[in-house]
Design a protein around this ligand. Sequence first.
Ligand code: ZN
Ligand code: ZN
Length: 722
Amino acid sequence: MPNPLHIKSGGRLVLSVPLILFMDDVSGNISKQWNKHHVVYMSNASMPREMVEKEFCIHFVTSSPHATPLELMNGVSKSVRKTMEEGVITWDCKNKTEVMLIAYNVFIAGDNPMQAEECSHAGLHCNYFRRTCNVGGTNQEKMSDSGYMNLFKCGELHTPERTLAEIKKQVELAKLPGGTEKLKGAVASSGIHDPVSMSIINHLLELGKQLRKRKAGVPAKPEAEVQVQLEKEFELALGGLSLDDHINPLLGMPGVNIHQDTPTEILHTILLGIVKYFWGLTTYILEKAQQLNLFKAWLESINKDGLNSPTLGAEYICHYKGGLIGKHFKSLAQVMPYLIYDLVPQHVLDGWTLIGELVVLLWHTAIDDVDEYLTTLTHTIQNFLSISAQCAPSILITKAKFHFLLHLPDYIRRFGPAILFSTEQYESFNHVFWLASIYSNQQAPSHDTCQAFSGQDIIKHMVTGGHWYDEKMKKWVHAGEHITTFLKAHPEQNHLVGLPICCSIDIFTQCLTGYAQLPTIPGDQGKRSKISPCIQWHLTLSATINMPGEDSQVSKRSSLYYKCLAFTTVSLDKAAVGSHVVLCVAMVDEILVPHGKHHAQHIAVHCFKFLPELHPTLHVPQLRLPETIHQLVVTPEDILCVVNVQHDCMAEGKNCKEMQHVPIQQEHVETTKMHPTVVHASTNAYLLNTHALHNYQLISAVIPKALHSQIGSSIVVDHHSL
Ligand SMILES: [Zn+2]
Ligand SMILES: [Zn+2]
């Protein structure tokens, strides 16, 4: 028996294409007036992560200012089902043959309210958190000891069948006398609410009320008669279809378990959820103690090196502390413990330390050992929930996002690193949608945007060498050489279609390991700055460091070198003099570029050593300079990346309390305005910031094994004592 797909494809190779669907609501207006559109985007989940994230690889599917999200999803799920049943014949440009594609939906990304709607859940504020599991209850139940402990566990998982049955029960309730109240009760007790069948339900409720109305002098209609008439109306409302066709289409979609295929999204749940709650709590404590200005000074002076351009503008963050966005929270999560260690109670500090650990775990781009990773993650989440319960016990009852954390390990086991189902890339794509929407005259906005995007998709397909079937020539054709090479020669257009410029790396030599910008000195009045003069080898710091096996000191003696300020590392970070880098953990002292070149040759560094224990309160590795300074001269290829190292301000009981006033810079110009910054005491005590997201893999690799096991079990919390 040949495979049925073999017959369907006519002997062609059959490939399946997993799709990620995303749905959101965006405004289609330039002004602040909210012009709500629901949009659906899609990406191909079989591509590497680096490509899935690119704007180029996100495809617009549909949008409408009128249709409800589930009505749009109904259309989308119908066309996905069609390709599943019929297949799509296309050209495999690699193997130069026709193939058949079968698309299926792997998961649906979106923010929590949208996902709740997709699951026919009554929403985040409902007593039951049941999007995925059946945990919840009335506030009274949740406040009881056993009910509260249940919030720390995953409950029984939901099935689409059960949800479907509940919705059908609700439709039946609508036919009974007193249906409105009964229905309200059913929604509240089950947490299930289906917007799609709502029109039928409302129709039945309204009709029931009219039929049962008592008029003066006319006897009430017998209940049996009312029921018969309602049934008749119900059949009519179904319009010849079954009830299933009038219920959330995602519940019955083949191959989709909507309760498990709507993974918890990390941008809204973590950054705009739990990190935001903790930020609110922390600023409340700081404000009450009137320490916000002190906090601002600390934030101003924090070492940001190695964090890959974080968004930590102290002025902005403190002024608009109630209106921060995702990238602020992402940056704050990486440095908070170093800023507030002596300003807040210990459990709030522990909360931030665990947030730091959690954020690094969830922003992993790859997972080597799934079981080990998930054990650590589950442990961290449990600890975090216990700490949150200590900080603000009611938050676990009122905020469902804390409970959602518990489901993350299962989603990661099902779909891979959490960053894959992050919606950040789709949220940025909303800007592209917006640009397409504002040029419409708004007579038929969905039609206009669909046309704009289909035109764009065709161009993207053609210029990147895609094939299409030519009806006249009866064969697969593709664009000529002048068109397919166009983007390479035009980086601006390349950028406009959302492709990365990595193909032209040789143009940008800055992107190469070892590249160093030559040092300059300001030119004479009005003239351009000049390259500063070279110095001789024997005058450099590197010449004083004896490297074993290096006996070419003599031959270098007369060579000339530029002393540069920064160079590019192996991971393409920019490391400056004074930066902390990974080789061991070291600090850069000198960067030498031979005369006439742009490529660094010798890098002088001095190394730090790890203490055998983690820091007792901050739970990060501690670094010290050894008694005899260990200096090295290495090449740029030895330096893997830049890391974030912070001063341990509480070491030896010496809090760095001293403040220094420095002038504020505005648009590259120093002003006479001053702001305070922290002066660190000269204690030999440093901390390796393991909460930094940038280069987390390289940082983790440099930490001694013994410390790793301590990080995994850092803050021991007694869950039952709560
Ligand atoms: Zn749950
Ligand atoms: Zn300090």
